[in-house]
Design a protein around this ligand. Sequence first.
Ligand code: RP5
Length: 167
Amino acid sequence: MVKPQEQSEAPLVGVVMGSKSDWETMRHASELLTQLQIPHETRVVSAHRTPERLFAYGREAEGRGLEIIIAGAGGAAHLPGMLAAISILPVLGVPVESRTLKGVDSLLSIVQMPRGVPVGTLAIGASGAANAALLAAAILGRKHPAVREALAAFRAAQTEAVGESPQ
Ligand code: RP5
């Protein structure tokens, strides 16, 4: 069970990205996981520039105690799909906004997995990264009561913050 104030615990979520340049997007996942006090790690793992690192990460993830992988990449974004192919863990894919095609290329690369190896695909960019963390919390919350409570508190505060007046 994950307890609050135990950020030094072994990570439950791996937040990986294809490049350092993806951090500006993927930090939104990491920040929300921190806010919900979910132990996680962040790594750069490039499917095409560091393929050996990709295979090692995918093979070792479950054995190291990770329960979910959040993977963000841009362009021909094969990182989430490859991690889903190598690991049995649920993989949540975040399409990073690309310069030339605004992330539509990333979205289609991640969402169009052929039948048999799914990637749970989120929206393009920062909203997708934040929602990946919230979805990870919802999944973890089935097993870790403290995560469920943190997520419920987050949702309640979010609802409370929405005023009725538009002015
Ligand atoms: C992908 O290529 C990365 O996920 C990144 O979104 C994109 C561009 O990478 P850099 O050229 O900025 O390293 O592999």
